[in-house]
Every structure is written in C-alpha cells, then in structure tokens.
Design a protein around this ligand. Structure first.
Ligand SMILES: *Cc1c(COP(=O)(O)O)cnc(C)c1O
Length: 396
C-alpha cells in the first residue's frame, strides 16, 4: 500500500481523536525519521518529549530484546528483577523514596491524586478533601487527570469531573492562597507547563507554595511527565530549586518509547497513604517496561545526556531569540533547556505543515505556539538545520 492508502484506511478504522499530519512514519535513526516513501525528516518533537536518545539506539534496543527473550510480564503479586533495579535507579536520580510504576502519564496522575486523598483521609477521616490545580495546566485525558487539567475545553463534554477541584493561576501566590481551605489536601502543578504554553513555575512561587504546603500539611504534587527526565538540564525540573515535592509524576521519556510512567513519593507519604488493596495495575512495572527504564537511566549517565542539554539548550534558546527578533509576528520565546516555545500572533498550523513538507517535524502547543522538544541528544548543528527550515517555512 502507498502512503495515501494507509492514511485512508487509518481514517476509516481509527477513532478520529487526532487531526493527523499526512505522513506515515516507518523508521528512525538518531534525530531523523523516515516515512514509508523514504523521505527524511529532522525531528524536533521526539514523539512529544519521549525519545531522549533519538531513534534506533542499539544498546537500548538490545536490552529490550534480551528482556523479551527472558520474561515480558508477570503479575505484581510477585517480584521481578528489572522492577527492583528500575526502582533503585529512579529513587537515586529523583531523590524520592517510594515508587509505583504505571503504564502512562495519566495513570501516574490518577495514582498521585489517590495517594493525596488517602493521606488526608487517614488524618481526619473526611471524604470531602479538595485539590488545587492550575489554570492552563495539562495532566492527561483520564477522568481524574482531566479533572485537574486547567483547560475547560478539554473537560466540558465529560462533566461531571471528580469533585472538589479548585483552580488557581501559576506564578500567582495570592490566587493560590485564595483557594486554600481547611479541606485542601494537595496542590498539583507541572514544574514547567507543557501543553499550556511552555511556562515554568517561578522559583519564588514554588518556594512559597512549598512553604504553604508544609505549614498546613498539604501535599505538593509536581507533574514532571513532560519537563522531567533531563529536559530542562536537571533530571527533574524541581531539582534546580531547593525544594522537594511530596509526590512526583514522571512518564514520557522515562521509557523512551515503551509505555511506562510512575508516581513517586516521600517515605512519609508512602507510609501514610496507599496500602495493600488500595491501588493496582496489571501491566504497570512489568519486567519489559522496567528493563526499559533501567537501560534509559543507565544511558542518561553513560551518554552524559544532561550535559548535552545544558550545552545545546541555551544554544537553542539563543537561536530562537534571534529568530524572534527577525520576525515581527513572533511575540515571545518561552521555556527552558530543550523545552522551548515560540509564541506567534496567529495560528501556527500552516507553518508546521510547511516545515513537514520541507523535512522538519514540529508540534504546536495550543493554536499559536510552536513547541520544541527534540531528542536530548540533538547537536548545535541540528539546531542550525532546524532554524534554517523553520525560517523558510515562516517566510513562505
Ligand atoms: C503528556 C502529559 C501527561 C499525560 O501523559 P500520558 O502518557 O499521555 O497519559 C500528563 N502531564 C503532562 C505534563 C504531560 O505532558
């Protein structure tokens, strides 16, 4: 079948929940993707902040193949070696104490919400606890995750959401204080908002939220699903600051292509929240998924991934700033490290389509922002190549 035939069949078979770009990808090599007609694309999306090492990393692939031949799955009613190793390494790099493995980011959010509610329930036995979430946030598409997602457009048709969620504004401490009541059990936010427009939580804001949480024994949940795993030049974006969340979620680049996520917590929350029978998953933390995590965390260290982000991130930022200054309809550059955005006065859909035709994969965040979340192994030369194609697409 040719590309058009695959697309037509996909449109008749798959539920139309995405307006897909008219490309069928076939394989990848490093920071490049190839479609089934052999056309090459520079990839600045990485499967939405997933493929940290780019495509076809042999060491990663070999580790998965070896695990497939050994043991792919066994129930969480038993122990398995990759899960022990993955948990040890994840604790090390995160500085958190306890791990629960999930199959996706949204499920990690669901678990975090349940842990926070249970923690509060064990304190006072009430069942009307509230969670404060941020406007313009994105935490996933399942009902709990959607309930704390600060975008009414995503929620409306699916109301009622889970109850007792209040919304505040990121980086506006007063707006947070206004939502706090004696029923507040958690405050949840992305350390750097992704879908909502590449907006980092500021240092003083995060510190003040953390202080407020400590004063009132409210749990701080940081969603690191997109901004974590080295993307900002820190393994987890909050590690830049002198704070630690009570609960943290991670996914996307955690498995680098194998569907896996996790929520982690401090020992205190671990001991005083979810217990046997409270939460579970069939697949979560299975040997194949955990072999992926184990190898990913190995490769982060061995291949000096964070160092590369710290070198190329500022360069990407500088080149985007320069581009912004050359184009009057780009109003702002946002973000940090290899998680950047360019804000346009108008919709970016045409620019992204043009770039695709010209061999560059980009993605939006909202209608008027282009998001740059490339593989973490990108080089400065790749950034130059991207800027050249992007500028051509903007001008045409
Ligand atoms: C992608 C994302 C999620 C949801 O993860 P899924 O794996 O798609 O369920 C949650 N939070 C943030 C910040 C994300 O970027």
């Amino acid at each position: 079948m040719n590309m058009q035939e695959y697309i037509e069949e996909a449109e008749s078979a798959l539920l139309h929940t995405y307006n897909r770009y008219q490309i069928v990808f076939d394989r990848g090599e490093g920071v490049y993707l190839y479609d089934i007609e052999g056309k090459k694309y520079l990839d600045f999306v990485a499967g939405i902040a997933v493929f940290a090492f780019g495509y076809h990393n042999e060491e990663y692939n070999d580790a998965l193949k070896a695990q497939i031949d050994k043991l792919i799955h066994t129930s969480n009613y038993y122990y398995n070696v990759p899960a022990v190793n993955a948990a040890r390494k994840l604790k090390e790099v995160s500085g958190m104490d306890r791990v629960f493995f999930t199959n996706s980011g949204a499920e990690a959010i669901e678990g975090a919400i349940k842990a926070a509610r249970k923690y509060a329930y064990l304190k006072d036995g009430r069942t009307d606890h509230e969670i404060i979430a941020m406007n313009h946030s994105f935490h996933g598409r399942t009902m709990g995750a959607l309930s704390v997602t600060g975008n009414p457009k995503y929620r409306e048709a699916f109301e009622p959401m889970i109850g007792n969620i209040r919304f505040a504004d990121l980086n506006d401490m007063e707006s947070v204080r206004r939502q706090v009541t004696d029923k507040t059990c958690a405050i949840i936010m992305e350390t750097v908002q992704g879908e909502g427009g590449l907006v980092p939580a500021g240092e003083s804001f995060l510190r003040e939220v953390k202080e407020l949480c400590e004063e009132r024994d409210i749990l701080l949940i940081l969603d690191e699903i997109q901004c974590g795993m080295g993307r900002t030049g820190y393994m987890y974006a909050w590690q830049r600051y002198d704070i630690r969340p009570d609960i943290m979620t991670t996914a996307k680049a955690l498995g680098c292509g194998v569907p896996v996520g996790a929520f982690l917590m401090t020992e205190k929350v671990g001991r005083n929240s979810l217990a046997a029978g409270d939460h579970g998953t069939t697949y979560g933390g299975n040997p194949l998924a955990c072999a992926a995590i184990e190898k990913v965390l190995d490769l982060f260290e061995k291949n000096h991934i964070i160092e590369n982000v710290r070198e190329v991130g500022p360069y990407l930022e500088q080149r985007l700033e320069e581009l912004k200054n050359r184009c009057e309809f780009i109003t702002e550059r946002r973000g940090t490290g290899l998680m950047q955005g360019l804000v346009f006065e108008h919709s970016v859909a045409d620019i992204i389509c043009h770039a695709l035709e010209d061999g560059l994969v980009l993605i939006n965040a909202g209608t008027n922002i282009i998001r740059f979340v490339p593989p973490l192994i990108v080089s400065k030369e790749n950034v130059d190549e991207m800027i050249t194609i992007l500028e051509r697409s903007i001008r045409s």
